[in-house]
Design a protein around this ligand. Structure first.
Ligand code: NAP
Length: 371
């Protein structure tokens, strides 16, 4: 099964692609293993390869370049530019650096990784269109955008070159279903679903997973395959799972052929209905971590230089734009605060700054909801 050919797309692509972020460091045998897996993925029909300059500081792109060096025309190569390269000239410089690392003359799909809140999207798109005109890029994609930003981009000269939107989409994060996904369907844009396996967090211990296990057993498939088949259910989503395991790669590729019944889909939809509620920001603990701010003062200062930083994003949020809900789980260790932040370290602080801590933030609750 392959994704329906987009009117402007030069190549038919497999219905499931390959992600390349994370766990790519190490060099040596680790790189060799990644290269073998990427090439196996191509053999199995997972021809969309998604990477980005930010992944391992360009190392992921370099590894992808080595993997595709003699098989370039078999792949549909997608990369991105980072928010701090959103100015027109920086978009062009970033793509040229990607081309060098990827050892290729063209990028099939150049995507906005995250829009920079202080740089007009139209300026980034101008740079992207120039790259198309120069023959260095074939198609353009958006990523981590609101429905309003997608509509805006479609009205610019980049509109006819837009092929895709890359957003997080999994059974544990269905926030795009209300606006972005229908918009993509309406405009025949591919939805590249990132973190489709919820970063490996669809745990068998979650009671909801019983539905998946039962459906998987009936199809002689694994739970991960059922999840991917659910994402591919109507041909408008192209999931890009990442795997470092040969067995998992084979499973993921084969998932494209699994056809779930209408009843299977309805049962999964109902078991994994998204639990999103407004949560008072004071009821959320931000645990320390790599480049995470745990206090408002730290977030305002932005000493790690995050782009966009919480203050940048706060202006957009104050103007009514919110990309997607944060993710929290019940914090069982803290008797006073009820939730622990799992994802959205910048969005959380931006929301606190924008609303001066007085407005509850939309949050997806992961795991069991109540203590
Ligand atoms: P993911 O693909 O949802 O999950 C990856 C995890 O799932 C890994 O631990 C992997 O383990 C496991 N896995 C893969 N196939 C499996 C299978 N058949 N059975 C069981 N486990 C399986 O999460 P992700 O890496 O965050 O997202 C995928 C890609 O999306 C990234 O590589 C990147 O290209 C893209 N992405 C984009 C953005 C963005 O902002 N645009 C953000 C995040 C990610 P094994 O290695 O053991 O298989």
């Amino acid at each position: 099964m392959s994704l329906p050919l987009h009117a402007s797309c030069h190549l038919e692509v497999g219905a499931i692609g390959q992600g390349t972020a994370l766990e790519w460091t190490g060099g040596g045998t680790r790189d060799t293993h990644c290269i073998q897996n990427l090439r196996l993925g191509l053999d199995l029909g997972m021809t969309v390869v998604d990477t980005a300059p930010i992944y391992e500081n360009g190392h992921a792109e370099a590894v992808v370049g080595r993997a595709l060096v003699d098989r370039r025309t078999e792949a549909f190569l997608a990369t991105k530019f980072s928010p701090d390269a959103s100015r027109r000239k920086d978009v062009i410089r970033s793509a040229e650096e990607s081309l060098r690392r990827l050892q290729t003359d063209w990028i099939d799909l150049l995507q906005v990784h995250w829009p920079h809140p202080s740089v007009p999207l139209s300026e980034s798109l101008e740079g992207m269109v120039e790259l198309v005109e120069q023959g260095k890029v074939r198609h353009l994609g958006l990523g981590n955008c609101t429905a309003a930003q997608i509509s805006e981009a479609l009205q610019t000269p980049a509109g006819p070159h837009l092929l895709s939107v890359q957003q997080e989409y999994s059974l544990l994060d269905r926030s795009i279903e209300s606006d972005v996904l229908p918009l993509c369907r309406e405009h025949q844009l591919w939805l590249l679903g990132y973190s489709p396996l919820a970063r490996g967090k669809i745990a068998p211990s979650d009671p909801r997973a019983e539905v998946l296990s039962e459906i998987a057993a009936r199809h002689g498939a694994s739970v991960a395959q059922v999840v991917l088949a659910w994402l591919c259910r109507d041909g408008s989503v192209l999931p890009i799972p990442r795997s470092g395991s040969e067995n998992h790669l084979r499973e993921n590729a084969a998932a494209a052929a699994i056809e779930l019944s209408t009843e299977d889909i309805a049962r999964i939809d109902s078991a994994y209905a998204m639990r999103m509620i407004p949560v008072a920001t004071d009821d959320i603990v931000v645990p320390p971590g790599d480049r995470v701010y745990t206090t408002l003062a730290e977030a305002r200062e932005n000493r790690f230089g995050l782009v966009p930083g919480p203050v940048d994003l706060a202006d957009k949020i104050a103007a009514g734009e919110m990309l997607k809900p944060i993710k929290v789980e019940v914090d069982r260790d803290d008797p006073h605060r009820r939730y622990r932040l799992l994802e959205g370290r910048v969005r959380y602080w931006a929301w606190v700054i924008a609303h001066e801590g007085n407005r509850p933030i939309p949050a997806v609750i992961e795991g069991r909801e109540e203590c």
